[in-house]
Design a binder for this molecule. Structure first.
Ligand code: ZN
Length: 151
């Protein structure tokens, strides 16, 4: 029997869209930002709780958007809990490289763990901003900006 990795990836995206993790408003967030992707209409608010050591102790989001933007934000919050800001930055850089890489060569998913399920986005350039919106919003929140737009 053929095992199709793309089917598995698709299932994970559908699951995270249907039941997004860490999907709630956070009281006492240490920073937050709103993100907007006008190309698709995706909107989200990201909340973070950082400790004095710059470790992400808690992270959550709320909003409405397409399946890719919701699943991406859900997967991102799952990956970032307990990580340092340096680790978060390097994860975004790897993730960004993956989703913008040449779709005809095998994706480099090293260190990306479950975020690798979004590698298929490479074949749909118009959806890349759906997948990266949550990360741009994270950067805005950490920079002290109140909002981020992909345009
Ligand atoms: Zn979208």
């Amino acid at each position: 029997m053929m095992f199709d990795l793309r089917d598995l990836y698709q299932q994970v995206i559908v699951d995270h869209n249907k039941s997004p993790r860490n999907f709630h408003v956070m009281a006492n967030a240490t920073c937050m930002a709103e993100g907007f992707n006008p190309l698709c209409g995706d909107k989200l608010t990201l909340y973070l709780k950082l400790d004095s050591e710059k470790v992400i102790r808690d992270i959550s989001f709320e909003g409405s958007g397409c399946a890719i933007s919701t699943a991406s934000a859900s997967l991102m919050t799952e990956q970032l809990k307990g990580r340092t800001l340096d680790e978060a930055e390097s994860l975004f850089s790897r993730f960004h490289d993956m989703v913008t890489s040449d779709p005809t060569v095998e994706a480099d998913t090293k260190g990306l763990d479950k975020l690798a399920v979004l590698g298929g986005i490479r074949e749909f350039p118009s959806r890349i901003k759906c997948a990266t919106l949550c990360w741009h919003t994270l950067n805005a929140a950490l920079a002290g900006d109140e909002s981020a737009s992909t345009e």
